[in-house]
Design a protein around this ligand. Structure first.
Ligand code: GDP
Ligand code: ZN
Length: 347
């Protein structure tokens, strides 16, 4: 068998699988147009995707008579890549046990993505307004990790808010002088850069109430390393919600494994949270060094001013960024953090 023939045959097989998939989806669309039509409401309405299970999504009615109610929905074949947080146009099924139908997706304000095992970016949540980056005196925060999240936030256009949790430890005087100095240093550095920095404690009601105000009227996600207090904060903010509900079986009838889907929750005092283990650990996908540099807002006035266009900002003579560091216009720690990120993403 010639190589060309093999390729053609392979292509034919790929096309066939693709065709079958499309046919199945279209057949389902058709069925919905005829027999299931009765159960479906005639007027499409606005909905919010609150969870995602393979080809199916759970949609919540945003307004109208069904406001707040959720229903599993079939997604029409022409609507691609829905994720939790997406606003859609959908038709509910009057029988709550039947499926509704998602007809189209609305434009997104933002999209949070995460590299999969092969490094391909996969969308995980849409329309997130703020990224609450939680740090604490313990476990010891690494400026480099904070900066990674900030660069990611700059790229997705989602507003980052730094939340210094376990502030009670700062007040109790149980920390070492180094730990206190580190936290105070981070607080000063990031405030000076113009980032919003809030102090928080999962144990102090008053602080938590201020945090609730910050979360109102927005879709938020909590990120940060393990042990900083994300679960403790979320448990307070979402009383009675078992966060393990993030793990749901994708399709039990087919015996598939339990998968973890991002879920959308409403805070009782207003605002929404999208949460999943994958979101909490979301990380930077591959970025070019120039894109990483752009993610450091205080570097921007100096970018493009280096003598060489392809300046690596290392040993290169005439580096405007290095000059800015020497003159104290850019913090040396942030500059080191930049190189650390560039190196880790290129290896
Ligand atoms: P997560 O891994 O980020 O979800 O962190 P957890 O919520 O599981 O918290 C890790 C540990 O820190 C637990 O032992 C919590 O009790 C503790 N913790 C969480 N928030 C605070 C806080 O505000 N102050 C203090 N002192 N401990 C906290
Ligand atoms: Zn340079």
């Amino acid at each position: 068998m010639s190589a060309r023939k093999l390729t053609r045959q392979q292509q034919w097989r790929i096309d066939k699988v693709q065709d079958e998939r499309n046919t199945r989806a279209l057949r389902k669309d058709k069925r919905l147009d005829s027999s299931h039509q009765e159960g479906l409401t005639t007027e499409p309405q606005q909905g919010l995707v609150t969870a995602h299970f393979g080809r199916q999504v759970e949609v919540e009615a945003v307004d109208g008579a069904l406001q707040g109610q959720r229903q599993r929905c079939h997604v029409r074949a022409n609507v691609e890549n829905l994720v939790t947080g997406d606003y859609v146009s959908w038709r509910a099924n009057q029988n709550p046990l039947e499926e509704g139908v998602v007809e189209s997706r609305q434009a997104r304000r933002s999209l949070l993505a995460r590299p999969d095992m092969r490094g391909v970016m996969k969308p995980i949540a849409a329309n997130v307004d703020q990224l609450l980056l939680v740090i604490a005196p313990e476990p010891e925060p690494h400026a480099n990790l904070i900066d990674r999240y900030l660069v990611a936030a700059e790229h997705t256009g989602i507003e980052p808010v730094l939340l210094i949790n376990k502030w009670d430890l700062m007040q109790q005087g149980v920390l070492t002088a180094e730990q206190e100095a580190l936290i105070n240093g981070l607080l000063a550095t990031y405030r000076q850069l113009g980032y919003q920095v809030l102090i928080s404690s999962a144990y102090q009601e008053k602080v938590l109430q201020q945090l609730q105000q910050q979360l109102k009227d927005r879709i938020s996600v909590f990120v940060g390393q393990s042990g900083v207090g994300k679960s403790s904060l979320i448990n307070y903010l979402l009383p009675g919600v078992d966060l393990r509900v993030g793990s749901l079986s994708e399709d039990t009838r087919k015996g598939r494994h339990t998968t973890t889907t991002a879920r959308l929750f409403h805070f009782p005092v207003g605002g929404q949270l999208i949460d999943s283990p994958g979101i909490r650990e979301f990380s930077l996908g591959y970025l070019q060094p120039e894109q990483i540099a752009q993610g450091f807002p205080e570097f921007r006035p100096f970018l493009g001013l280096c003598r060489f266009r392809d300046c690596k900002h290392k040993e290169d003579p005439g580096c405007a960024l290095k000059e800015a560091v020497a003159e104290g216009k850019v913090a040396a720690t942030r500059f080191a953090s930049y190189h650390h990120i560039v190196q880790s993403l290129s290896s």
